[in-house]
Design a protein around this ligand. Structure first.
Ligand SMILES: [Zn+2]
Length: 258
């Protein structure tokens, strides 16, 4: 698809296209009803995939709208529990043709509340999950292996120890992000679960996921012949701040998803 055509797509159509890309059968990043994606509208509404809808065949009807503040106040409510989540999601279903938000909508809200983040994709890619389900999940966050990883994923991805998906996971990630004080990760890795890509366009979410999958594959390859040899942190810092690499990063972020 040409960039001009991609630009003409509505936000909902772009979100559906992103779901199809993240759920592409040959990629195996999300099978069956795994994974979900979301975006934040200018009106402060989270548009997120409904529970049970498959990514590869999602239509615009498979997404529901929930005000960001409604989800954040639920996450921050002292003593909130599963019954409170059910109440909020029931109310959404009542006004959304019976469609309920995905259980991971709460974590999408936490990500979309970060500065500069307007698009989010969540997947369970096999190479990433192979490392996240191993005894060495920190391989994904211990360092950078090659320059393009730094350009696309940045230098400080976040690794989250396993937490029951839903309200408690959203609360834990919100706490961890607050500790970073505005240092927004582009990738969040969830131990024994999967990954979140945080971007400012659908294209960036796709690129982050693609690069995380490549990094995981390279790590698995490096471990098969020895130990990963991470780049010198000074070289990583240089890549992260070089003007030509910053330009390349900005160019990548502006590309259409299709
Ligand atoms: Zn998941």
């Amino acid at each position: 698809m040409l960039r001009a055509e991609a630009a003409a797509l509505s936000e909902s159509e772009r979100l559906t296209t992103l779901a199809h890309e993240l759920g592409r059968v040959d990629r195996e990043w999300a099978i069956l009803a795994e994974g979900n994606c979301s975006m934040l509208t200018d009106a402060g509404v989270v548009r997120v995939k409904a529970s049970g809808a498959g990514m590869s065949r999602a239509t615009t009807d498979d997404f529901v709208d929930v005000p960001l503040n409604e989800l954040l106040s639920l996450i921050d409510r002292p003593g909130a529990g599963d019954a409170d989540v059910q109440d909020v999601f029931d109310a959404v279903a009542t006004r959304s043709r019976g469609r309920r938000p995905s259980v991971e909508s709460l974590l999408h809200a936490v990500c979309l509340d970060q500065p500069g983040v307007t698009w989010v994709g969540h997947t369970h890619p096999i190479p990433v999950n192979a490392i996240l389900s191993s005894s060495r999940p920190t391989l994904l966050t211990d360092g950078a292996l090659f320059p393009d990883q730094v350009v696309v994923l940045g230098t400080r991805p976040l690794l989250v120890p396993y937490v029951d998906p839903g309200l408690h996971l959203a609360q834990e990630v919100r706490r961890l992000l607050r500790e970073r004080a505005g240092d927004v990760p582009r990738a969040i890795y969830l131990q024994n679960h999967g990954m979140f890509a945080l971007g400012n366009s659908s294209a960036e979410v796709l690129q982050i996921t693609e690069m995380a999958v490549k990094v995981a594959r390279v790590l698995i390859g490096a471990c098969s012949v020895g130990q990963p040899a991470y780049m010198d942190p000074r070289q990583v810092a240089r890549i992260d701040t070089r003007p030509d690499e910053l330009l390349r990063r900005a160019t990548l972020q502006g590309k259409g998803v299709a």
